[in-house]
Design a protein around this ligand. Structure first.
Ligand code: PLP
Length: 398
């Protein structure tokens, strides 16, 4: 049969295949993988979930197994709305929350509802590659703004926002950004607020890693100052489980909310109601902050150990972006060496990293790569980084 595929899926900038190949390499049992972004199973509260599941089925089984409403389970939306108080935002209500199939679905929904072919969208450079791919499905023109060690480059951002007032939105990850692990300082946060206040551009804040801070102080959410001009995306993937696929979008603009709900109802009717109810029960019966503190302690130890190994085994001249939380470190090779080349070389030796290329909209053959520390044993970290160091040295000597 001759397939009749859409132009959209055939575009060379739809980099899904590359991502899939990295994930496949990362999943192979023979590979030490620093390529993915898998949470450590320490964050999976299995006995507590078992108890929550039993309770939901006993007390509310018919609702849990029936079709449900598109917006999501009220108790869960209420919990999420209340959680915004820890981010300085006190005027979020359960009615502002749409529960999504991971925050990934929220990105796809925003793309579908907001982007016409050729519309401008603003992203950090580099940015989360699967967000780029989700937006690309709708054929936007992508404007990029450099990421600096203290967050997005505000001079560049101010220029882009001023010169492109019709841009549909700016997609920003202010805490432990994927891929760089960088966070916005308070100063950068305040400037970003000023830039957006005097514009008509929507700020799409994605914050999956904010809760995993093991040093320093977090800035408040942009939603505090920007109100309905800021849509806030969140997820339970990094603090409880990615397997339940529960994320959300907090949208306080009523018209946008209605359009997103319309779109979601055609995409999947609603997010898995059984998972939502079990998660809400788990959250009601357990101390989630105590649970998160366990994740933070483990990730800090893993991050410290990986930094130690990278400093010990990578050749002189490699630059390492320090991080105070999240799941990733960002390494830059000296002398313009190609991280993509290192990716292939290291893979031959049994170690997977995530080369920087797919995180950039335009740059290719970049020198930076991302490593993940959350789900590797200390032995694997030491062995894998040592091999990475050998591969780097071979490239530098070639
Ligand atoms: C920045 C960012 N946004 C969104 C997601 C999607 O997360 P999920 O769909 O599991 O909520 C990820 C996953 O790694 C991410 O790093």
């Amino acid at each position: 049969m001759q397939l009749k595929l859409s132009d959209r899926i055939m575009k060379p900038d739809f980099q899904g295949e590359f991502t899939a190949s990295i994930l496949a390499a990362a999943a192979s049992p023979d590979i030490i993988s620093f390529a993915g972004g898998l949470p450590n199973p320490v964050s999976f509260p299995i006995p507590e979930m078992e108890a929550a599941t039993k309770k939901v089925l006993e007390e509310n089984g018919v609702t849990a197994l029936q079709y449900s409403s598109t917006q999501g389970w009220p108790a869960l939306r209420k919990w999420i709305a209340k959680r915004y108080e820890t981010m300085g935002v006190y005027d979020v209500s359960a009615d502002d929350i749409i529960v999504t199939n991971g925050s990934q679905q929220a990105l796809a929904m925003i793309g579908a509802v907001m982007i016409n072919p050729g519309d401008e969208v603003i992203v950090e450079d580099p940015t989360y590659l699967v967000a780029l791919q989700s937006f690309h499905v709708f054929d936007p023109s992508v404007l990029t703004v450099t990421m600096n060690p203290d967050g997005i480059d505000c001079d560049e951002l101010a220029e882009v926002v001023k010169n492109h007032p019709e841009a549909k939105f700016a997609y920003l990850i202010p805490n432990f950004q994927n891929p760089t692990g960088l966070s916005y300082t308070q100063e950068v946060h305040d400037r970003v607020v000023e830039i957006f206040k005097s514009s008509n551009v929507l700020l799409l804040e994605d914050n999956p890693y904010r809760e995993i801070r093991f040093a320093g102080t977090a800035t408040d959410s942009f939603g505090k100052e920007l109100g309905e001009q800021c849509c806030m995306l969140g997820t339970f993937s990094k603090i409880i489980t990615p397997g339940m696929r529960i994320g959300w979008i907090c949208v306080r603009n009523k018209e946008l909310k209605a359009k997103l709900l319309n779109y979601k109802s055609t995409a999947d009717l609603h997010t898995n109601i059984f998972s939502q109810m079990v998660l809400a029960q788990y959250l009601a019966d357990n101390d989630v902050d105590e649970h998160i503190s366990k994740i933070k302690a483990l990730y800090k130890a893993k991050s410290d150990f990986m930094v130690e190994c990278l400093k010990k085994y990578l050749p002189e001249g490699c630059d390492l972006t320090p991080t105070e939380g999240g799941m990733f470190l960002w390494v830059t090779l000296p002398n313009g060496l190609s991280a993509l080349q290192l990716y292939y070389k290291a893979l031959e030796k049994g170690v997977a990293i995530c080369p920087g290329d797919p995180f950039y909209e335009y740059k290719r053959d970049v020198s930076s790569f991302r490593v993940n520390y959350s789900n590797s044993t200390d032995e694997a970290i030491e062995k894998g980084v040592k091999i990475l160091g050998e591969a780097c040295k071979e490239m530098m000597e070639a």
